[in-house]
Design a protein around this ligand. Structure first.
Ligand code: BGC
Length: 757
């Protein structure tokens, strides 16, 4: 763009400014031709580019322009590999530039409150640290190529059911610690060019016009200066949205809102200065996207190969009893491959994220290539397309399995189950598939099940009857080869679950409040989402968050933790004690031993994926900031890390903690203040406060017969009683010319003075 933004603003008419606040059509912004402001193009999505054949069409059903289809969010979230996310983001940027994409509508980073969420497959995780770190890497990769990101859906859009009219009712602490945390990390670490607001309401106000979310938190607190755009048709009251800071309405042209904006300014209901702020941000976005249309050469990326690599990093080996995998050609001469998904794999979910892949690896074909002449493969369909029960197909499969040395079953959620626009109805496999597994396992003990779904699956009872389970997620166009490579040991699996797989759906903390009633959905489980809940409830999941097996073995040792000036450095060594190359995801969880406020048993705060040759040992080093020890304190409306003991736990999963260190950490940001009803124990827990109270009681004791002695017995009984009430109870003959309130007020003032002295 030739002109400076401020000059453009001055030159634009009110009508032009108002018009710029909505798109031109489905996928473009409007330009201002006479001033040389070009339109920009944006397209979905989260695991590949969904560029429609025309900018006027939504293109949700049918084919769009072919593009690389990478693993969906939950799959690549299970790679726990920030470098991979950066690489995939950069590849999407490069491919996007070739396809004329200036903004990509992703990544999707909403938390998985329930495994039934229809769009769970698009989202990385149930944990904000994992989602935030992966999301930041992805955005940095994408934007390094001059293509902007649109981090979505801000916020608390955790299910599809009535999402346009349901208010997610979330307390402030849960909002900060769980639902906004990944957005905050990405804003601070990757500065995304845009953020997409969600359809739903949050605590009674639409996300597209929510002052608290858009203004107080995103702009004021996090300092975000990019563009907020609406989800497609998420705008309800455009003027309220503008006032709260929603910049761009999509899709456009929304002529009625251009008119409404002009009228609101004319009527003095909307300040032109506010409109200017919004227009300024949109112009800056246009500038960024056009400035980055430099003539850098096309990167030589083998996109399909990258999709394969991403798929193999994402898959999770859930169970591998007696080392049934990898398939050993020395012991196995024939394998029965059962299930339609072996020949017609599911590689992604449906809706706006659905990509028309450039090509697709088929598991059956990839297995045949590897098996070649040394292992005979046979095939049975296993189940019909519509999952109707069909005994004949089951009998045929069992007979085939009985004749082979082992069986590999491909099962999963059917295509229709996982899609934007509706939630799942369950997390079990279709009944026919369950019967199929049981029948095959009954005749063939060497039985491996390859599951596919974009969300957690409940696997009992069949999981107890098979020795091997590989969860392949919805892993994109390279998933066929990735599965075959893992089954035959050409790739050592290294994915770890990015969400808890419960024993059954009803174990999930959101189960009691799933859909919402009368326009309100109460997030009553609070911050106990995912493993935070299972830990606190002491409820064993089928497979915990962070779980994933390898063909190698890893030994952890030498954990050290030290604090200097606010930062805590944690180091440990990990050694590959197995006999094959492998990758291990080292997970660092923190537990606060002393906080009076309820906190989760452990919270993920850092992770690293290490590549290790057999016998190789590496040191991993994490640096934690004060914020990693903090919780959101709603009394002071700020993050507070309290001085005291913390446990630093290093694990191979959230339930497989290998080493742990207890560390006393000192933080300077504590807010300590006393109020009228602060408890005796509160006063005694702080040295200055204790001294002040003790001298007050001493003075009081001189005037009363029933004297207070702050010994263990007294404190044990009265500790949780407000100090003011103790004074009122025991100090009547001393309280002549002052009330208990006045005494307390003096004590509090004294404390504040001495503390800051
Ligand atoms: C989805 C967004 C998507 C947009 C454009 C909406 O329905 O919620 O995630 O980017 O459509 O397709």
């Amino acid at each position: 763009m030739k002109h400076a933004t401020e000059d453009l603003l001055k030159a634009m008419t009110l009508e032009e400014k108002a018009a710029l606040c909505a798109g031109l059509n489905m996928w473009m912004t409007k330009g201002v031709d006479r001033l040389g402001v070009p339109p920009i193009h944006m397209y979905d999505g989260t695991n590949g580019i969904r560029k429609t054949n025309s900018d006027e069409e939504l293109g949700i059903t049918g084919e769009n322009m072919p593009a690389t289809c990478y693993p969906t969010g939950s799959a690549i979230g299970s790679s726990w590999d920030t470098e991979l996310l950066h690489e995939v983001g950069a590849a999407l940027g490069a491919e996007g530039r070739q396809m004329g994409v200036q903004l990509l509508l992703g990544p999707g980073i909403n938390m998985k409150r329930t495994p039934l969420g229809g769009r769970n497959f698009e989202y990385y995780s149930e944990d904000p640290c994992l989602s935030g770190e992966l999301g930041a890497a992805f955005v940095n990769g994408l934007q390094s190529q001059g293509v902007g990101a649109s981090v979505k859906h801000y916020a608390c859009n955790n299910q599809e059911y009535e999402k346009m009219i349901t208010s997610s009712e979330v307390d402030e602490r849960t909002l900060r610690e769980i639902y906004l945390n990944a957005f905050e990390r990405i804003v601070k670490k990757a500065n995304p060019w845009t953020i997409m607001c969600s359809y739903n309401l949050v605590n009674g106000s639409y996300a597209s016009e929510n002052e608290h979310l858009l203004n107080d938190i995103l702009r004021e607190e996090w300092g975000y200066e990019g563009v907020v755009l609406s989800d497609w048709t998420a705008v309800n009251d455009r003027i309220s949205g503008l006032k709260a800071g929603l910049d761009l309405e999509m899709p456009g042209p929304a002529h009625y809102n251009t008119k409404a904006i002009v009228e609101a300014v004319a009527a003095g209901q909307l300040e032109e200065a506010q409109l200017d702020k919004i227009v300024r941000r949109i112009l800056e976005l246009v500038r960024k996207t056009t400035d980055s249309q430099d003539d850098r050469g096309q990167a030589a990326i083998d996109y399909h190969e990258l999709a394969r690599k991403a798929a193999s990093e994402s898959m999770v080996l859930l169970k591998n009893d007696n080392r049934i995998l990898p398939i050993d050609a020395a012991k196995v001469t024939s394998v029965a491959v059962i299930g339609k998904f072996a020949k017609q794999p599911r590689i992604q979910g449906a809706g706006s994220a659905k990509v028309t892949p450039t090509c697709m690896d088929i598991p059956w074909e990839e297995m045949k290539k590897i098996a070649a002449d040394s292992i005979a493969l046979t095939y049975a369909e296993g189940y019909p397309q519509d999952d109707r029960e069909d005994d004949l197909l089951i009998q045929e499969s069992a007979a085939l399995a009985a004749k082979a040395d082992m069986a590999v079953l491909f099962v999963g959620q059917p295509e229709y189950a996982e899609s934007e626009m509706h939630d799942l109805t369950g997390i079990e496999l279709p009944l026919h598939q369950v019967k199929l597994i049981e029948a095959v396992a009954a005749v063939q003990p060497r039985c491996v099940v390859v599951t596919c779904s974009g969300t957690a699956l409940a696997m009992r009872p069949w999981v107890q009857h098979v020795p091997g389970v590989l969860h392949s997620w919805l892993a994109g166009q390279g998933s066929g080869k990735a599965i075959a490579d893992i089954l035959f040991g050409r790739v050592n699996p290294s994915g770890k679950l990015s969400e808890t797989f419960p024993v059954k759906l009803s174990d999930n903390p959101s189960h009691m409040r799933l859909r919402g009633e009368n326009g309100k959905l109460y997030y009553r489980e609070g911050m106990f989402v995912g493993y935070r809940y299972y830990d606190r409830k002491e409820l064993a999941p089928q497979f915990p968050f962070g779980h994933g097996l390898s063909y190698a073995r890893f030994a952890y040792s030498n954990l050290k933790a030290v604090q200097h000036s606010g930062q805590v450095t944690v180091t440990c060594s990990v050694e590959n004690t197995g006999d094959v190359f492998g990758k291990e995801v080292v997970q660092l969880y923190v537990h606060d031993e002393e906080c009076k406020w309820v906190r989760p048993e452990k919270e993920l705060k850092a992770f690293a994926k290490l590549a290790l040759e057999p016998g190789e040992k590496k040191e991993v080093r994490f640096v934690l900031e004060e914020r990693d020890f903090a919780y959101y304190n709603t009394k002071y409306n700020k993050w507070v890390a309290e001085t005291g003991y913390f446990q630093l736990m290093i694990g191979s999963s959230s339930r497989d903690i290998r080493i742990c260190e207890r560390l006393h950490c000192h933080f300077g940001n504590e807010e300590i203040s006393f109020h009228k009803f602060s408890l005796l124990s509160d006063w005694l827990s702080h040295p200055i406060a204790r001294a002040i109270l003790e001298s007050c009681l001493e003075e009081m004791n001189a005037h009363v017969s029933d004297k207070i002695r702050l010994d263990d017995e007294f404190i044990g009984f009265w500790g949780d009683f407000p100090a003011i009430k103790i004074i009122q109870m025991f100090g009547q003959s001393w309280l002549i010319d002052r009330s208990p309130d006045q005494v307390m007020e003096q004590l509090i003032q004294k404390f504040d003075r001495e503390r800051h002295a």
